[in-house]
Design a protein around this ligand. Sequence first.
Ligand SMILES: NC(=O)c1ccc[n+]([C@@H]2O[C@H](COP(=O)([O-])OP(=O)(O)OC[C@H]3O[C@@H](n4cnc5c(N)ncnc54)[C@H](O)[C@@H]3O)[C@@H](O)[C@H]2O)c1
Ligand SMILES: [Zn+2]
Length: 347
Amino acid sequence: MGRLRHCFIIRSPHGNSRICIKAEGFLELQKYLDKHHKGGRVAVISDTNVAGIYHDRIKSALPEADIFVTEAGEKSKTMKVAEALCADLLEAGFTRKDVVVGLGGGMITDLAGFVASVYMRGVPFIAMPTTLLAMIDAAVGGKTGVNLGAKNIIGTFYPAEAVLVDQAFLKTLPEREMKTGMAEAIKYATILDASLERDLIANQPDLRPILEKSIAAKVQVCNEDLKESGLRKVLNFGHTFGHAIEYLSRYKLTHGEAISIGMVLANKIAQKLGRQSKAHGDRISEMLKKHGLPTEVPKYIKLKEVIEMVYRDKKMDGQKVTFILSLGMGQHKIVKLTPDELMKMLK
Ligand SMILES: NC(=O)c1ccc[n+]([C@@H]2O[C@H](COP(=O)([O-])OP(=O)(O)OC[C@H]3O[C@@H](n4cnc5c(N)ncnc54)[C@H](O)[C@@H]3O)[C@@H](O)[C@H]2O)c1
Ligand SMILES: [Zn+2]
């Protein structure tokens, strides 16, 4: 294997973002703040689970920091909570010179990034992702947001000036959350980086190359297409079905479990279109199963409902919906299909 890369840069009109994989994340944060924000105050935004585990570590690394804790879970990703956090920052006297650090999973990096982007028209933002999903996906790429009925209806492009990725956080992450992140890594292997497959099917997968290659894949896509006009769409592999399945399961399935099933359905379409061999589809399913991810639509969800839901999706484009197909490991293709075409293929 080649030399591992520690740092990546995403360049954008909204500013550059440096994503670094480092051990001793809190020490790195301390060093970074000393170098780039000396004299500035620090607001750490986190959730009840993460702050519960890491409170003392935050306090010993950053004794002066103010810690703002929100309830864990997607229900906190709202305007109301964002507004309350802004009010807390104001009351505590935070100014434009000060820094917001988002310490948590994707819920927190989205929420804290959003708060940082609007508080006093924008204050410096640093992300410290603590879930695998946030390390390889949510905290990388500059999208922030809160939900308004549907997901991420209100949001901004506001790249974190630094994203500090320390895999040691994953030691305390519940297993099911770990699997949900693995589903995104499998997505990257399938459509962008074939070499990830070997790391993912290893008997005792080494997280380091999985983190590095997954981040590299997302960084590459973001650098080529920051505003989702083209290439960024490929990141939706498995997600068009996945979002519908996640919703129809009433969130009993995690995001990763739902996109795992979504990837298998996308493979079914690719095979019906003659664009994917059965052997390739089976390889992807094997990777998913190896990480304990489901590959079949649960009995309590009807395929017809999934298709109806897909065509209500916000990424609708006329009558046709865009699907990402995997042609071979690391290779993708974008197709557009009508509901009838889709129904015939999935029957
Ligand atoms: N901005 C983007 O580009 C982007 C991309 C993908 C997903 N997202 C967003 O990310 C969110 C999902 O992120 P997530 O899956 O990380 O969920 P999450 O942030 O809700 O975290 C999952 C659970 O793990 C807990 N947790 C986090 N880190 C922990 C740790 N180290 N130890 C123990 N427990 C820990 C959390 O408290 C939570 O209960 C969604 O809101 C989604 O919309 C954003
Ligand atoms: Zn996803």
